[in-house]
Write a protein that binds this ligand. Structure first.
Ligand code: DX5
Ligand code: ZN
Length: 217
């Protein structure tokens, strides 16, 4: 199974994104955390920053929207050229409509679930998505500890994806290190977001290589 390592620039130097991007060239995608201080109690950056990152990044952008009202805001990120746009299930009553709009614009559509959100109602909707993000911390901040309690949800998703023959990436985000990545890979993840463990490393390229190896690819 192909695996992907997506460093999160939430852990990068916000004043030097261009040079920070040059430290992670060996990664697969760049994970960009958009927070609105409503859906989560933290604020990062918005569409203008993503439009600029799109111009300077050699890697595709993996946008993680931790915001209210994704129906209103998500399409703009797809129009900016993002490779994937993932919004939270808890933030909308119309996830399928948002996903269809994203795909229509040409982005991969992702749905994210907080640690306490049940996957059951979303299983029948999986063909509408290209990616499911299982949050392995409460969204809002980098540097938190991996919650192993989310692994049964991931395993259920892996079974559903394989049994349904779906072409869908299973992403984990939060507390991913050279240790916890093995646990998430064993439970069925194939796409790994890592913030502090990559940008906090002296040699991010070596850390990305280590994460790849531990994920089994
Ligand atoms: C948290 C964000 C994560 C964060 C992960 O809400 O969605 O993407 O950057 O950071 P680490 O890897 O440090 O837990
Ligand atoms: Zn994220």
């Amino acid at each position: 199974m192909a695996t992907r390592i997506n460093p999160s620039i939430l852990a990068a130097d916000f004043a030097n994104f261009e040079s920070e991007l040059s430290r992670i060239r060996s990664a697969d995608l760049v994970h960009v955390d958009i927070m609105d201080n409503h859906f989560v109690p933290n604020l990062t950056f918005g569409l203008g920053m993503v439009e600029r990152l799109q111009q300077v990044s050699s890697l595709p952008l993996d946008i993680h929207l931790m915001i209210d009202d994704p129906a209103r805001w998500a399409p703009g990120y797809a129009e900016a050229g993002a490779f994937s746009v993932t919004f939270h299930a808890e933030a909308t009553t119309e996830p399928v409509a948002v996903a269809r709009r994203l795909r229509q614009i040409g982005a991969r559509a992702g749905i994210a679930l907080k640690p306490g959100t049940d996957i059951t109602p979303y299983l029948e909707l999986l063909p509408e998505f290209d990616q499911v993000l299982v949050m392995t911390v409460e969204p809002g901040f980098g540097g938190q500890s991996f919650m192993e309690s989310t692994m049964p949800k991931l395993a259920r998703l892996r079974t559903a994806v394989d049994q349904g023959g779906l072409d869908l990436w299973l992403q984990v985000d939060g507390g991913i290190t050279a240790q916890t990545i093995e646990i998430a890979a064993a439970a069925g993840a194939d796409t790994f977001v890592a913030g502090s463990s990559v940008f906090g490393a002296e040699n991010p390229a070596a850390q990305i290589a280590l994460l790849r190896e531990r994920a089994g690819s």
